[in-house]
Design a protein. Structure first.
Length: 102
């Protein structure tokens, strides 16, 4: 019985009423290394407009994800809610990097 339990977590927002209110984060890869040593891509999806921003990543680590998110937030502003399929610890580390003084 325990081995049939679905442990994947799919968290989706309820009703989204404005652009950039709720974002979904996904990391895809590894892909063949680019000329800039990128092997992964961060996809940020706005749940209201379905707009997708993509950011290349050299590493699939919290610091790299935080830097990519910061670049996107500089362009569009921060979001009220962010949903990710990553582990809680990973997301907490990304948040910590985003909040550090630069």
């Amino acid at each position: 019985a325990e081995h049939n339990k679905n442990t994947s977590r799919k968290v989706r927002p309820g009703k989204v009423e404005s652009p950039w209110e709720a974002l979904g984060l996904d990391i895809h890869g590894p892909f063949p290394e680019t000329s800039h040593s990128n092997t992964h891509v961060l996809l940020v999806t706005d749940y209201f407009t379905k707009w997708v921003e993509a950011a290349p990543l050299q590493k699939k680590d919290p610091l790299s994800v935080a830097k990519a998110l910061a670049t996107i937030f500089y362009r569009f502003g921060a979001s009220k809610n962010i949903y990710a399929s990553q582990t809680w610890d990973f997301c907490e580390e990304v948040s910590r990097h985003l909040c550090e003084d630069r």
